[in-house]
Ligand binder design. Structure first.
Ligand code: ADP
Length: 622
């Protein structure tokens, strides 16, 4: 009995005692090894005239045997000599295992979950097998050798017989337990499913030598179970929409075909193929925290990751698809991913592709784009806000807002196109109800000046505009905050004069409101309504409301400056002035509350004491 090298021993221990649920990946690992071995032989046959092999002779087969409880993975690859068997299968050979070992040292005692993230290679066989035999005959040699191990104690190498070159890996499966049904791996459907899932696009045929039916007595039925030519390697013009739809549905659990399909074939310093889909509908859990974005990542036809997050920015997290590159190592781990420049380059290019596809959709089929935006627009808006504006350039032209003037969704570019030459700002109003926001008195005022107003009813809207800051030199301006910048010099002077003249009245009103209001002033933004609530500074009243509703929010943390503005041309203003002159403090106090509550109602904000409000109104009516 020979002993494993210390490092291999540790890895092996882990595999044998693995509680890892994703142990099905053993098949992917062994098939990949077989495919690599075939690759090596194929390459040799192309470059060495003494080693001519017919392409048809190259392949991999999987043979389950229920009676013997074995599953055999065979390849007609390059094979291994006795020395190679000893060297390759008894030490940690490749970098993936090395990384795995390092990560495992860090994670020691925590969870074995890291296994699935690494190309753990040959030893993964021990996650499902109690005994592993490898019978191999190197190409060009006529002797065969068998490597055998039942686990950590060690392994043996003995002479063996084998008709052709290549390698057979024979796994005797572990006994079933109540929780773990290893015998499942002997079922044809299970094997087919695993090959479809992980190895469908291996370039050589993978044949299943079926356990049940036999075509002719003595000759088992064989079936090629991988598709070999991946759909993403084919040109878009060669694939039908139905084929794409089928692939999309079967691979991504979708019920409908995609809205758009993007096919990319890049060659050069970094070669890759990508097939991306823009779904028509959001996944049911798309806006959940649990939703996991990502594209399937393949390296030379072998799936190495089901969802590689790094390939998609959050704002395009709804995109589904596949990236395949021969320039990526099979052993990409979570840690190395973040530093992988090739992946970053691919991700950047795909981001641009997705954007231009969406721009095309916007311009070619507005109705479809609007329907799409209803579903996913929130992700763009959130993307701008959460990236602190970093994704502004990528996303700003994809945004749509509801136009108060046109009563439909428009883009920011369309807003600017239709704006009068002298318009300095892009106006918007925020609130949670479209109908109510559209009727806000300040919206009416701005519209009357000839300027459109964007009606922001999504909670993320105003935060998105804050992230954008400006669009083509025009600042975003909330019609309920600061000044409107539509006033003439004279109007501003007049308002200031009014504030000075009525300073005592305004102070009395403010005092009556008991700290609810920071300031009372005359308004230039409303005429028909007697009063409105506005704010000054970066935080609007609507933002304050949204932030206060965030789970766990401290309501005192985000405070807007609350201002009660009074319309000087409204008869109520004159009534207030008269009460002030008559020294009727009670009336002023009552009116202050009424005006304040009215203004809150107009804004869609709740009032603190509706009973007192109703009583005060009733008193006025008597
Ligand atoms: P990796 O395949 O990532 O290098 P493994 O532990 O899976 O790591 O395998 C170790 C080595 O054993 C391989 O690099 C290869 O040289 C050899 N090997 C494994 N399986 C086969 C096979 N089916 N045919 C030929 N060589 C093999």
């Amino acid at each position: 009995m020979r002993k494993f090298k210390t490092e291999s021993q540790k890895l092996l221990d882990l595999m044998i005692n693995s509680i890892y649920t994703n142990r099905e990946i053993f098949l992917r690992e062994l098939v990949s090894n077989g495919s690599d071995a075939v690759d090596k032989l194929y390459l040799k046959s192309l470059t060495d005239s003494d080693a001519v092999v017919a392409k048809e002779a190259l392949g991999i087969s999987i043979t389950p045997n229920k009676d013997a409880r074995t599953i055999t993975i065979s390849d007609t690859g390059i094979g291994m000599t006795k020395d190679e068997l000893d060297k390759n299968l008894s030490t940690i050979a490749h970098s993936g295992s090395q990384e795995f070992k390092e990560a495992n040292a860090k994670e020691q005692g925590k969870d074995i979950d890291i296994i699935g993230q690494f190309g753990v290679g040959f030893y993964s066989a021990f996650m499902v097998a109690k005994n592993v035999k490898v019978i191999s005959r190197a190409f060009g040699s006529d002797e065969a050798w068998m490597w055998e191990s039942s686990g950590a104690e060690g392994y043996e190498i003995k002479p063996a017989t084998k008709d052709t070159w290549g390698t057979d890996v024979i796994l005797t499966l572990k006994d079933d337990t109540a929780d773990d049904k290893y015998s499942e791996f002997l079922e044809d459907w299970r094997i087919k499913g695993l090959v479809k899932k992980y190895s469908n696009y291996v370039r050589y045929p993978i044949r299943l030598i079926e356990s049940k039916e036999e075509d002719e007595p003595g000759k088992p039925k064989t079936e090629v179970i991988n598709s070999m030519v991946p759909i993403w390697k084919r040109k878009k013009s060669e694939v039908s929409d139905e084929d794409y739809a089928e692939f999309f549905k079967s691979n991504f659990h979708e019920t409908e075909g995609p809205l758009r399909t993007i096919s990319v074939h890049a060659e050069g310093a970094l070669s890759y193929d990508a097939l991306l889909f823009i779904p028509a509908k959001t996944a049911w859990n798309y806006y959940d925290r649990e939703f996991k974005k990502g594209l399937a990542l393949y390296s030379s036809g072998v799936m190495i990751m089901e969802k590689c997050e790094e390939l998609l920015p959050d704002c395009f997290g709804f995109v589904k698809g596949v990236v395949d590159s021969q320039d990526l190592s099979l052993n990409i781990s979570r840690e190395t991913l973040q530093h992988n420049n090739q992946l970053k380059v691919i991700a950047r290019r795909l981001e641009k592709k997705i954007k231009s596809e969406l721009v095309a959709l916007r311009d070619d089929d507005r109705t479809a784009y609007e329907a799409f935006f209803e579903q996913f627009g929130r992700a763009f808006k959130f993307g701008i806000y959460s990236s602190f504006g970093e994704k502004k350039e990528l996303l700003e032209d994809l945004l749509m807002f509801y136009s108060a003037r046109k009563q439909k969704l428009i883009t920011l570019a369309e807003y600017i196109e239709d704006a009068p030459q002298d318009q300095k700002s892009i106006y918007y109003a925020a609130g949670n109800d479209l109908d109510r926001v559209s009727k806000l008195p300040m919206v009416t005022t701005v519209l009357a000046k000839g300027y459109d107003v964007l009606l922001c009813t999504m909670d993320v809207d105003e935060f998105c505009l804050m992230g954008l800051r400006e669009y083509y030199g025009k600042q975003f301006r909330n019609v309920s905050s600061g000044n409107l910048d539509v006033e003439t010099e004279d109007e501003i002077d007049a308002a200031e004069a009014l504030d000075t003249e009525n300073a005592e009245l305004f102070t009395a009103l403010k005092d009556a409101l008991d700290g609810k209001i920071d300031k009372v002033r005359s308004s230039t933004r409303i005429t028909d309504a007697p009063a409105c609530l506005v704010s000054d500074g970066p935080l609007s009243l609507e933002m304050e409301r949204i932030l206060a509703n965030e789970p766990g929010a401290d309501p005192n943390m985000f405070k807007a400056v609350h201002i009660l503005e009074l319309s000087p041309s409204h008869p109520v203003f004159a009534a207030l002035q008269a009460a002030q002159e008559a020294g009727d403090g009670d009336k002023i106090a009552r009116y202050a509350k009424l005006l304040y509550n009215q203004a809150r109602l107009i804004e869609g904000l709740p009032i603190e004491d509706p009973i007192a409000f109703a009583r005060d109104i009733a008193a006025l009516m008597q």
